[in-house]
Design a binder for this molecule. Structure first.
Ligand SMILES: [Zn+2]
Length: 92
């Protein structure tokens, strides 16, 4: 009977040790971080290619503000797309 009690106590001790180890391991992983931990938040989506920025830059460079309504239109547009006023081209 004493032998069985020892086995049970040993099992409980191993179980407690395993629980403690798991808890500390979880803390360690939380602080150090595992690269492939599924619980971590997903990394931000990859940035889109630089094309939108370049397009916007070009759009800013080649945009003329309408003197009538203040809308921005392409510099090569004949007239304002919002109010229909003919575009003034100060460069030419
Ligand atoms: Zn306009």
């Amino acid at each position: 009977m004493g032998f069985l009690l020892k086995i049970i106590l040993f099992g409980v001790a191993v179980y407690a040790a395993w629980k403690t180890f798991s808890r500390w391991k979880g803390l360690w992983d939380k602080f150090v971080g595992k690269p492939d931990e599924p619980a971590r938040p997903a990394p931000p989506p990859p940035r889109p290619p630089a094309e939108p920025l370049a397009t916007r830059k070009v759009a800013i460079q080649e945009t003329v503000q309408c003197a009538g309504c203040g809308a921005y239109n392409p510099a090569d547009a004949e007239k304002c797309g919002q109010c229909g006023r003919p575009q003034s081209h100060p460069q030419s």
